[in-house]
Design a protein around this ligand. Structure first.
Ligand code: KG4
Ligand code: ZN
Length: 331
């Protein structure tokens, strides 16, 4: 590698975004093409796995070509082919994994299957050139709610996780039941801006840094059913307030336990404006707070290429037995 720039092609197909990126040295995005299927899944009220896989198959070649074109590079310039190996929908993951394996074989270039959750963490490296481990990362997405100590680029310790719903799942379910549609998170975010947080919701009490959102979700849904004229904007901002208080309490406890003062948020729900505003206030306590740029919060391939880069720099590659691992954990 001899100080030469490393260009990583990233492929992300874990859910409903077909995304391909070219990233230089783990931090500089040369292209990040995201083909979202949201419009296709909207009419079903959520992601339909088979439809997601079929659309990845249909789109991936075009998205790869576009990513190379926007980065102004050819396959020859790429040093590493990376893809998301998990967690995610198995049929969707298999499209990216198979495509990456085919490319690696045809081009005779190294291959690396990356962990999607590590990708969300790495989105912060792209947005903040000064950010280096150790720090605390709060990953809040449609599939995950994790509080992770990032000890080093490839060394993680999970300090807390959800015992039931992921936070994004709770946002999406609440939005669906109260009639806002899919994807619910951004719709709750928008409507909540017109509301007042005057509805008290039950907060779970945990004896460690784990999370639980299903009780709050059920309370909101029950209130909606039992009080038909309830103000939906008030309900949305009260839901945001309650869930954000839990996120902040656990974050502060973890920072105190670890005796560090830097937290990075990651994952689709970290795009939420109420959550960002509340975490912003932690800066007054001397805590450094980072969030990825909006486009890097939700699923994208640049974050996968970045995570893959740090694994590759650690001497890791995958062989052609690489497979999708739908329930892959962070290690
Ligand atoms: O990270 P992501 O794209 O996919 C997973 O890895 O799960 O996250 C998607 C989740 C969805 O639940 C979506 O509703 C939520 O992120 N989300 C938001 C916002 N934007 C996306 N939740 C709250 N506020 C937002 N602005
Ligand atoms: Zn994700």
């Amino acid at each position: 590698m001899n100080g030469k720039d490393i260009l990583v092609l990233g492929i992300e197909t874990s859910c409903d975004e077909t995304s391909v990126a070219v990233v230089k040295n783990g931090r500089e995005v040369l292209s990040n093409v995201i083909n979202s299927q949201i419009k296709i899944h909207e009419e079903f009220g959520g992601v339909v796995p088979e439809i997601a896989s079929r659309n990845h198959v249909k789109n991936i070649n075009f998205v790869v070509k576009e990513a190379l074109k926007q980065a102004n590079v050819t396959f020859d310039d790429i040093d590493l082919i990376s893809c998301t190996k998990g967690p995610g929908l198995v049929g969707a993951l298999l499209v990216g994994v198979s495509y990456a394996k085919g490319l690696s074989l045809a081009l005779n270039k190294p291959l690396l299957g990356a962990n999607h959750i590590e990708g969300h963490i790495a989105a912060n490296y792209i947005s903040h050139s000064e950010l280096k481990p150790p720090f605390l990362c709060l990953i809040i997405s449609g599939g995950h709610t994790h509080l992770v100590h990032i000890k080093d680029y490839n060394e993680f310790e999970i300090l807390g996780k959800t015992r039931d719903d992921a936070i994004g799942e709770a946002y999406d379910k609440v939005a669906r039941v109260i009639g806002l549609g899919y994807p619910g998170g951004p719709k709750i975010d928008k409507l909540a801006k017109e509301g007042t947080p005057n509805i008290v919701l039950p907060k779970p009490h945990m004896d460690n840094l784990d999370f639980s959102f299903s009780g709050i979700k059920t309370a909101v849904i029950n209130l909606h059913h039992k009080t038909p004229d309830i103000n939906k904007a008030d309900l949305c901002i009260s839901f945001e307030k309650c869930t954000t208080e839990i996120l902040i309490e656990n974050t502060l406890s973890a920072l105190e336990d670890l005796k560090i003062n830097t937290v990075a948020l990651a994952g689709g729900v970290s795009a939420n404006s109420y959550i960002r505003n509340e975490f912003e206030k932690l800066k007054q306590k001397g805590i450094n707070v980072y969030y990825p740029e909006m486009i890097l919060c939700t699923d994208n391939a640049a974050m996968i290429a970045s995570a893959a880069y740090y694994r590759y720099m650690n001497g890791e590659t995958s062989d052609l037995t690489l497979n999708a691992i739908p329930n892959l954990k962070i290690s």
